[in-house]
Design a protein around this ligand. Structure first.
Ligand SMILES: [Zn+2]
Length: 144
């Protein structure tokens, strides 16, 4: 599969340290072609309550940056989730959930579940958009 060259290690490191930057990163990919409300199809929005979320100006439904991405309903800091995603999908590191648990100070089962989610997405990704990098594609894998 062909992907655009991925983000630089220096930029990845910035994202590992800052959940808000991760939210901006996913919001930029998700809405790169503009906002469309999932509830009513309207394309005008204003800022929502959480960082980088968007709120439809017609039906008032708010969508967080992480919703409908691989971070959907993730309950631990997104910089840590991004660290796991980047290691598994871009660096191809074979870290176990125990390694991630030690490195990130998270519950091992939490790491196991999220690592599994990424691996499942990697099996199913369909690289329709050659302008996206591997990490961008995985983050937008329509997680269910
Ligand atoms: Zn709407």
């Amino acid at each position: 599969m062909l992907f655009k060259e991925d983000i630089s290690p220096a930029y990845a490191k910035e994202l590992f340290e800052d959940s808000e930057k991760v939210l901006k990163f996913v919001a930029d990919i998700k809405w790169e072609n503009g906002f469309v409300c999932r509830n009513c199809g309207h394309t005008n929005y204003c800022e929502g309550k959480t960082p980088y979320s968007r709120r439809c100006t017609r039906c008032k439904k708010e969508e967080s940056a992480a919703a409908h991405t691989i971070f959907h309903n993730v309950k631990f800091p997104l910089n840590k989730a991004f660290y796991i995603a980047y290691n598994v999908c871009v660096l191809g590191n074979e870290f176990s959930s125990y390694n991630f648990s030690d490195q990130l100070g998270l519950n091992q089962m939490t790491c196991w579940k999220f690592r599994k989610r990424i691996q499942n997405c990697m099996l199913n990704i369909d690289n329709k958009n050659k302008n996206k990098t591997k990490i961008q594609t995985i983050l937008m894998a329509d997680y269910k």
